[in-house]
Design a protein around this ligand. Structure first.
Ligand SMILES: [Zn+2]
Length: 113
């Protein structure tokens, strides 16, 4: 029943070490879009796509810059997300993810509940 994702750098087919693989898998569960994320310990870079930004993309440490350049070239006119500058968060769980999730699910009068 274990789903094993295979991650590859989109520029060189590099695959992550096992610990980074685990981090990448948990990164897949982030409820966010249009956000960069540092994936440790291997220092991979994930761009959570979604919508107009397309699928999630992954880059090994050597190609982080290439991924950012690629995204800015292809999506730079669509939105500001791809222009975000480092440092990127290594976890989105307590930052944009929660805010976005709360905003999306907040009901009228839900403040302070
Ligand atoms: Zn690479």
């Amino acid at each position: 029943m274990t789903i094993h994702f295979i991650f590859r750098c989109q520029f060189c087919d590099e695959q992550p070490d096992p610990l980074t693989q685990m981090s990448l898998q948990s990164a897949m569960r982030e409820r966010t879009w249009g956000a960069y994320q540092d994936v440790l310990p291997g220092r991979w870079l994930v761009f959570h796509g979604g919508g107009l930004y397309g699928p999630a993309r992954h880059a090994c440490p050597e190609h982080r810059g290439d991924l950012v350049a690629y995204l800015r070239a292809h999506y730079g006119t669509i939105g500001w997300h791809v222009w975000k500058r480092p440092p990127y968060p290594s976890s989105l769980a307590h930052a944009e993810t929660d805010n976005a999730w709360n905003a999306a699910t907040r009901r009228q009068g839900g403040w302070g509940a």
